[in-house]
Each structure stands twice: as structure tokens, then as C-alpha cells.
Design a protein around this ligand. Structure first.
Ligand SMILES: *Cc1c(COP(=O)(O)O)cnc(C)c1O
Length: 383
């Protein structure tokens, strides 16, 4: 059994993948070839966002947004501690300071009430942690759509508007998800997503994109991804990066996008089956009625996680523990002085999160094996 099965998908679209790759090999425009613009157009159509700027990775997508908003030293970016390191890494790389906001125990995403408290504290001159420099300007709020479920953007935006702070989305795991029938890419000033192979829409290498309705911002991002270019290639108006989506990857993504909506449905079915079978046994992921998850991961909160992982592994069932150390407790950020227990929900979830095999091609037999494995191992106390 595979945790993520890219091979089954590859077999399904083998011909179209081969055709797309052959077209690129024939025209030879490996950098910014026609597939890149075609893919960007398809992505705006799929997401409903006004503009799409593709780039070299999800990490770069976040980095480019921070550069475009001219966020740097003296600025705070408020984000979730229960995420992959890339979310906070880019904040530090532009010289800004990450400020961590605890998450909701049921959705695992940034808690709008905790956000309002921290913004209130900062406005009153109270630092969010002992090591956070005084007098930082809240420059952006960066919620993360963990495991594919969108953060509560309507509520977060309401808090953000009170303080006049822009919201940018880390949707690396949630491309294809929805709130109120509108897809990810339309719920924040700018949305970063990733095409890392294991993400819901993944390529065969690194890739990413930014979605926005702000045309002026999109223009700045297009300049930043090619070294800050101005009117022509050797005219530079800002310091930028080399961060383009490869033409080959765009071609591969075009082939995959054709079946992506169908794959989202298949993921939803697997999630429904898990939730029906496991809800009396462990804490299953909550999905608010207004939302649809992209189900990048199916994360249950379990007791005795390490024992359970061992028992599952002994039965040939792969599991993952995304993410065992919340970012505010990472050694690289220890200068911020967040003590143990300072963000109690994120710390608790990071000890209990168990991700089960999740992909659109997981057979019913394998789903049953996962469920039986969980049921038996928990009944036996997962020694
Ligand atoms: C994967 C991921 C990223 C980074 O994406 P890459 O394409 O691997 O650079 C950022 N944030 C989150 C939450 C992710 O899961």
C-alpha cells in the first residue's frame, strides 16, 4: 500500500503526459515556453482568481508575495505554528519576524479569535513572546490551509480589516478546496500554492503559483520572478529572484489538471469512508459546512501515536506524523522565546496527528485494511 500513489495516476494519463512532454521537447522552449502561459490561464479558470503567476516552488510563491508587498525588517507576519517550516522560513528570509497564532483544535487551522487577541496585544505594546522585538508593525496575516482544509478566511479577513492588515494564504496543500462554493485562490489578497509531487495537484519536480485578483500585484510578481526585470530583459527595476515554472512541468500539470476535479471527488470519497468508520474511535478532521477540503492529508488525532504508527507499519500500512514539532518550538526560531505551553493547541496536535494513506487511487480493499488496522491497534492499546 502506498501513502501517496503517483504511479496509478501516471498510468491513467500516460498518453497525454507523453504527448505534452513530446511537444515541449519538439519546440525546445524550456524556459517560459507556451505551456507556462497556457497553464496559468487554465489555473485562473479553474480557481476563479483574476491572475496567476507561476513560479519555481510553493516556498518561492510565499517568498515572492512577501517581496512584492515589500515586507522586511520591522515587520511582523502573523501565521500558524502548526505547518511545514517553509511558511515561517520565508518570513525570516525577508528580514521580518514571524508571530505565531494558535490554531483551532478541530480544524487545526489558525484561530481568528487568537489572532484578534494577539493583534490587540501588539497594538497595546505587548509583545507576543519574550524574544519578539518591540514595536513591530503587523504587515501581513498568513493563514495556512493545513492538510487541504482552507483556514477560516471570512472570519480572519474580518479581524484583519479591523487592523488594516492584508491577508495572504499559504494554500500549498489546499489547491482545489472551496469556501462557500468559491475555490482557493480567491479568498485572500494573494494565495500561494505548491506543485510539489505529493501535493493534491503535483508535477514531476518543484513548482508553484500565486493567485490574486490584484492586477498591479500580479505585474510586480511577474517582474520579481525574473530578477526584477523592467521593460526588457536587461532593464532591472527591483531586486528579484530566478523563480520560474519549467515549461516541462507546466505541460505535465496541464495533463494532470484535466483529471484534477475528478481526483478531488475521489479523495472526498476516501475521506468520507475514513470518517464514517473512525469517528467513534479517534478525533477525525472537522470540515465546516461552508467548506470543501482538497484532502492533501487525512489527519486523525490519536492517543499513543508512536505505538500506533509501529502497529500500522507492522501491518504494512504507511502513516506519517505531519508535523511533530510546531514552528515556535523549532531550534532555528528559539530566539523568539516561545516557551513550552505558549501555544498549547498546536503543541498538543503536533503530538497526536497521524496522517493515513490518502490519494485518489486508494482501493476500497486498502481503505478497509487501514480502518481495520486502526481499529485493532487501538483496541490492543497500540503497544
Ligand atoms: C509544501 C508546503 C510548502 C512549500 O511548498 P514547496 O513547493 O515544497 O516549496 C509551504 N507551505 C506548506 C504548508 C506546505 O505544505
Amino acid at each position: 500500500m502506498h501513502f501517496v500513489d503517483l504511479h496509478a495516476q501516471q498510468q491513467r494519463i500516460a498518453e497525454e503526459l507523453r504527448r505534452r512532454i513530446d511537444v515541449v521537447l519538439a519546440h525546445g522552449q524550456y524556459i517560459m515556453g507556451p505551456e507556462v502561459a497556457e497553464f496559468e490561464a487554465e489555473l485562473t479558470r479553474f480557481s476563479g482568481a483574476g491572475h496567476c503567476v507561476s513560479c519555481a516552488s510553493g516556498t518561492d510563491a510565499l517568498h515572492l508575495i512577501l517581496l512584492a508587498l515589500e515586507i522586511g525588517p520591522g515587520d511582523a507576519v502573523l501565521t500558524s505554528p502548526f505547518t511545514f517550516m517553509a511558511t515561517a522560513e520565508v518570513i525570516g528570509l525577508v528580514g521580518a519576524t514571524p508571530v505565531f497564532i494558535d490554531v483551532e483544535p478541530d480544524t487545526y487551522n489558525l484561530d481568528a479569535r487568537a489572532l484578534a487577541e494577539v493583534l490587540g496585544d501588539m497594538a497595546a505594546g505587548r509583545p507576543p513572546s519574550p524574544g519578539t522585538p518591540a514595536g513591530l508593525r503587523p504587515a501581513a496575516i498568513l493563514p495556512v490551509d493545513l492538510y487541504g482544509l482552507p483556514a477560516n478566511y471570512p472570519r480572519i479577513q474580518a479581524v484583519a480589516d479591523e487592523y488594516g492588515v492584508p491577508v495572504i494564504a499559504d494554500a500549498a496543500q489546499s489547491f482545489g478546496a472551496e469556501i462557500d462554493g468559491r475555490r482557493v485562490g480567491t479568498h485572500a489578497l494573494a494565495t500561494a500554492t505548491s506543485f510539489f509531487p505529493a501535493k493534491p495537484l503535483g508535477c514531476y519536480g518543484d513548482g508553484g503559483a500565486i493567485l490574486t485578483d490584484d492586477g498591479a500585484l500580479a505585474e510586480v510578481l511577474r517582474s520579481l520572478r525574473v530578477h526584477g526585470r523592467g521593460d526588457h530583459k536587461y532593464h532591472t527595476v527591483r531586486l528579484g529572484m530566478n523563480s520560474r515554472l519549467d515549461t516541462l512541468q507546466a505541460g505535465i500539470l496541464l495533463a494532470k489538471l484535466e483529471i484534477f476535479a475528478d481526483e478531488l471527488e475521489a479523495r472526498q470519497k476516501v475521506a468520507d469512508t475514513y470518517t464514517r468508520a473512525l469517528s467513534g474511535l479517534v478525533q477525525v478532521p472537522a470540515v465546516p459546512a461552508s467548506m470543501r477540503s482538497a484532502w492533501a492529508q487525512y489527519a486523525a488525532m490519536v492517543p499513543n501515536r508512536d505505538g500506533l504508527r509501529r502497529e500500522m507499519s507492522a501491518r504494512g500500512i504507511p502513516t506519517m506524523d505531519y508535523y511533530p514539532i510546531p514552528l515556535h518550538r523549532q531550534p532555528v526560531l528559539e530566539d523568539l522565546g516561545y516557551a513550552e505551553g505558549s501555544l498549547a493547541v498546536a503543541e498538543d496536535l503536533s503530538q497526536r496527528a497521524l496522517c493515513l494513506p490518502m490519494h485518489p487511487y486508494l482501493s476500497e480493499a486498502d481503505q478497509t485494511r487501514v480502518i481495520e488496522g486502526m481499529t485493532t491497534a487501538i483496541a490492543e492499546g497500540a503497544r
